[in-house]
Design a binder for this molecule. Structure first.
Ligand code: DON
Length: 572
């Protein structure tokens, strides 16, 4: 009898323990919502699309590592998320192995050999805006396929073909589009029809609706070639021919040589510290890494935790840091293979401190009075981000893009993939804003074979030798500030990964001299206080679509999938 009661008690105890543990695991992530399904021990993929996240997790389950999964996800996104997922674009990868080895891969697009600095100007020297945004001439030489081949050769474990095969099937068999995708495709029908007179799978006679099957057989053939021939399947032969034919059809300038010569480059990662966390991120030609490190260093001396999330002091400090950092970006950042970027000078503690010295709590600085700082010379709107971690703890952060949503709007006939419009990321004319309102100068002028400056900021944080966070986002110029805010939300404001990603954001980029805010990002008292000091707020729609992973102190992976999109965290 006693035994039975004991056993019962024990049973009840274990049951309550189980309930507590389950509740904890479900709720520790804060309000998980539809984009997030909990915490996992063996690995996780967070991307802009559930099908792509699932493709990645399937690779992890088959014994693939984070890089294998990343390659599979990059290709899957090119099929199921054509607005930004791509093989016709480029991107950056930040890698950190479970043992702490770090590396970064630059597979950014390049200006074709026939490009020249005035190619988007009219006879009076003014930018012809549409020329760098739509059509064949807007495209840089794509880097994504070369990037994936490089990443796989260096770190991959599974067979290449196994990583591409899911995307061949998705393209050929089709997938069900989301309501958001249906509405985008309907909205872009006229542009697609105009830019693709020979037809494309993205256009159909009737309206697209949620759940419709999007089948892309031309893309399927290209994916098959990549599966069978690797890099040559894209940069040479039939696909290269199709690209050149497409260029000739619409006044583009990418040649077979441009394609054959394209190389992805391993670059030395930028590394810094923020409140004891190691930060690993992307060096130029992205401006994102330098800017992120400058921002973190600018705010580190201040007690943000004490002030709290989005209070007037916190917001004011962040705006003033952003103003100074974006002014530097406009002058000093460009492709390091063409321009001496003062990387160390910009990130030096003394330099950042000096930049912040002019900030006055009583009154907003103006962007007219803040120009780029004098730095010690160098010693020598659509993108997508995904974060992946595998069972061993190897981590990958990739941000990849066509630049604008659906890139240049041109689907290469017979090859089925969208061309990027990344040429607009160059300073088409010094001082003239690009599609994100960013200005630039000589450092980012167009030159043949040069990479255009980017804001993409894939980043990985570690603490005491162990992985802590994988983070990144699309959003053009707002990428840098979104990654910055997400890191602060976790490190300073103790938010769960999901809450940090979902939290409302604001953004300042030096020029224009106003602060963009998501609806309800700031309470009215905070914004009134700041307005009285001279800050101008402009409300706007969603800022960023952050997809991130946090390793909790109990060793679980907690996803943050942005509710601003169809993004999804899938783990196992
Ligand atoms: O590389 C860059 O900074 C831009 N091409 C990114 C574009 C982007 O994030 C658009 N997304 N909404």
């Amino acid at each position: 009898m006693q035994r039975t009661t004991k056993a019962k008690n024990l049973g009840l105890k274990s049951l309550s323990l189980l309930v507590i543990v389950t509740l904890f695991l479900c709720c520790a992530g804060g309000h998980l919502g539809k984009n997030n399904s909990g915490q996992f021990k063996n690995g996780m993929v967070v991307s802009a699309n559930e099908i792509a996240s699932q493709v990645g997790v399937d690779i992890l389950k088959k014994g693939g590592n984070a890089v294998d999964a990343a390659v599979a996800v990059q290709f899957a996104l090119a099929v199921v998320y054509p607005n930004a997922g791509n093989i016709g674009g480029g991107g950056f990868m930040v890698y950190r192995s479970a043992k702490g080895e770090v590396n970064t891969l630059d597979f950014r697009e390049k200006a074709p050999a026939k490009a020249n600095r005035d190619m988007y100007l009219d006879t009076l020297g003014n930018p012809i805006v549409d020329k760098s945004l739509y059509g064949q001439l807007a495209a840089g030489v794509p880097g994504s396929v070369a990037g994936m081949v490089e990443a796989h050769q260096k770190y991959g474990k599974l067979k290449w073909a196994d990583l591409v095969a899911p995307s061949v099937a998705l393209a050929n068999n089709g997938f069900k589009i989301s309501a958001r995708q249906a509405s985008e495709l309907n909205g872009l029908k006229n542009r697609f029809t105009k830019l693709n007179p020979l037809g494309t799978a993205l256009v159909k006679d009737t309206k697209w609706a949620e759940g419709d099957l999007l089948t892309q057989t031309e893309l399927g053939k290209t994916m098959k070639r990549i599966e069978e021939q690797g890099r040559a399947g894209f940069y040479e032969g039939t696909v290269a021919e199709a690209v050149v034919t497409e260029m000739n059809r619409g006044g583009g300038i990418i040649t077979k040589e441009d394609l054959k010569n394209y190389q992805a480059i391993w670059r030395k990662p930028l590394q810094s510290k923020y409140r004891g966390f190691d930060v690993v991120t992307m060096p130029p030609p992205s401006s994102g890494g330098i800017a992120l490190i400058q921002l973190l260093k600018s705010v580190e001396p201040y007690p943000l935790k004490k002030w709290g999330f989005n209070t007037d002091s916190t917001v004011q400090l962040m705006i003033e840091a952003e103003r100074r950092v974006y002014a530097d970006r406009a002058k000093h950042l460009g492709d390091p293979d063409f321009y001496k970027v003062p990387v160390e000078g910009l990130m030096a503690d003394a330099y950042v401190k000096k930049r912040m010295a002019s900030f006055n709590w009583e009154k907003a600085s103006t962007s007219a009075e803040i120009s780029a700082g004098e730095v010690a010379p160098a010693e020598h709107e659509e993108t997508t981000h995904f974060s992946i971690v595998d069972k061993e703890g190897n981590a990958v952060a990739i941000t990849t893009t066509l630049n604008g949503s659906y890139g240049a709007g041109v689907v290469v006939k017979d090859a089925g993939f969208l061309l990027n419009n990344e040429m607009d990321d160059f300073s088409v004319k010094p001082g003239s804003p690009n599609m994100y309102g960013l200005v630039g100068g000589e450092a980012n002028a167009i030159a043949p074979g040069k990479r255009m400056l980017s804001s993409m900021t894939p980043a990985i944080l570690a603490k005491d030798g162990d992985l802590y966070m994988i983070v990144g986002t699309p959003g053009g110029s707002t990428i840098i500030t979104s990654v910055f805010q997400t890191i602060l939300n976790v490190v300073d404001f103790d938010m769960s990964m999901q809450n940090a990603v979902a939290a409302k954001k604001f953004h300042h980029q030096w020029l224009p001299d106003d602060v963009a805010v998501e609806t309800n990002a700031l309470d009215s008292l905070t914004s009134e206080k700041l307005k009285a000091k001279g800050y101008k707020f402009v409300s706007r729609g969603a800022i960023g679509r952050v997809d991130a992973i946090l390793k909790t102190k109990w060793g679980y992976y907690q996803g943050g999938a942005d509710p601003r999109g169809d993004d999804k965290a899938v783990g196992w």
